[in-house]
Design a protein around this ligand. Structure first.
Ligand SMILES: [Zn+2]
Length: 419
């Protein structure tokens, strides 16, 4: 690939982005102070009002999208629906021949009663606050990339859909179907998770699944009729041991038993247990291997007298390997970075995000286009102030190159189809 350069029109668009730095930082300070934990409906709605306002600056249609409920297994073994706050969708030029999907999330991992609720300055380049990096800062980067595109002479040549979901930190089970739909009709995807503090991006991502095994036994008095009881916790523990033994057998596969619910008074044989676990895989074959191992363990538990076990959940974020199509997206990102003096690198990660969902629908993407940050999901979360305009310019260059056809987004999509 020969080195790309910037035209004078492109440079003047980037100058405009530089002038937006202070207003981006003012916005992220305000947004960081709005608690939007994934379960805080009022906070998510307040964030959404801010986002609606901010994204209304674009020449695009802004609307809310209802999300279908998902299912959860409660601690006492009931299956219950989980409702979600609607997502925000912003769409422009649905008939454009090149289409991009941009995704992000308005939720954070910090619940409304978490002590970490405000934003402060650690030094002249470092903000510490909930969501400053993950990913309220990233949403501002996305918005300013799009605003920059629209100020350029090529803005009208690109169509896009933005989805800002309220449930990324709890697995995107509500927004998953919408991500799949938008991913299927876009050529390439851009997601705004934070980059590492040194600027490096997440490359290949593992796939992830969350499962719950519901185990039913039979209650009995622990003293008078212990022999008539069928202990669901003991059966569940045997299952936990069996799936834990799958660790270390296949590279890239990990199984984490995370929680066992069940039981009550010491004088009752427990009749319900729920074993919860997370599975990470490197590719589709790993996923099949893991699924078979888990199903064998379920079948084994079901041979126990008086015990019935059923498995819930599944792989919600399939693996995102570094295929030629995804690699092309990274190369373009690096090329765009070079025009503004960045030397971008990427490394594989066991973490998962909406980039996995987009790839599952065949959409090549880069998913760490947000601000530079560190220590996310903790009260030490930081974002680098200088990275807001830096990353908005990176997105602006990429979007302009896609619009002009210098980066051929449809070619990346064709590479993905060739798999
Ligand atoms: Zn995030």
């Amino acid at each position: 690939m020969s080195a790309i350069t910037l035209s004078s029109e492109e440079k003047s668009v980037l100058d405009w982005v530089d002038g937006e730095g202070d207003s981006m930082i003012a916005a992220v300070r305000r947004w960081s102070g709005i608690n939007s934990g994934s379960r805080n409906t009022d906070g998510l709605k307040a964030m959404q009002a801010e986002l609606k306002d901010a994204f209304s600056r674009l020449d695009a249609r802004v609307e809310t999208v209802e999300l279908a409920p998902s299912e959860t297994v409660t601690p006492d073994g009931e299956i219950k629906p989980v409702e979600y706050t609607p997502a925000l969708k912003v769409s422009a030029r649905p008939d454009a021949s090149v289409r991009i999907v941009l995704t992000g999330h308005s939720d954070t991992v910090f619940a409304v009663d978490h002590p970490f609720q405000t934003c402060r300055d650690l030094d002249s380049d470092t903000l510490n606050g909930p969501g400053v990096a993950d990913m309220k800062g990233g949403l501002l980067v996305m918005l300013h990339g799009l605003l920059a595109l629209e100020r350029s002479p090529w803005g009208k040549q690109l169509g896009y859909d933005v989805l800002i979901s309220p449930d990324e930190e709890i697995g995107s089970l509500g927004s998953g179907p919408v991500l799949a739909q938008l991913g299927a009709r876009a050529d390439v995807g851009m997601t705004y998770e934070p980059a590492l503090a040194d600027g490096s991006l997440a490359g290949a991502r593992k796939g992830s699944g969350n499962f719950s095994l519901r185990v039913k036994g039979r209650a009995a008095h622990a003293g008078r009729e212990h022999h008539l009881g069928r202990n669901a916790i003991v059966a569940g523990a045997a299952f936990a041991k069996a799936i834990d033994a799958l660790n270390g057998q296949r590279e890239a596969v990990t199984i984490n038993v995370s929680r066992i619910d069940g039981g009550g008074a010491p004088n009752v044989v427990p009749d319900v247990a729920v074993v919860r676990f997370n599975v990470r895989v490197g590719d589709e074959e790993d996923a099949q291997w893991a699924r078979q191992g888990i199903e064998r363990a379920v079948a084994d538990i079901n041979t126990r007298d008086g015990i019935i076990a059923d498995l819930h959940g599944g792989f919600t974020r399939p693996p995102k390997p570094m295929t030629p199509a995804n690699l092309r997206m990274f190369e373009w990102t690096r090329e765009a970075g070079r025009t503004i003096g960045l030397d971008l690198k990427w490394n594989p990660t066991g973490g998962v995000c909406e980039g996995n969902n987009l790839w599952a629908s065949g959409c090549p993407n880069v998913d760490t286009l947000g601000v530079r940050g560190a220590d996310i999901h903790s009260d030490r979360e930081i974002a680098k102030i200088s990275s807001f305009t830096e990353k908005a310019k990176l997105s602006a260059v990429m979007l302009m190159k896609f619009a002009r056809g210098e980066f051929d987004a449809r070619e990346a999509r064709t590479l993905a189809r060739a798999l």
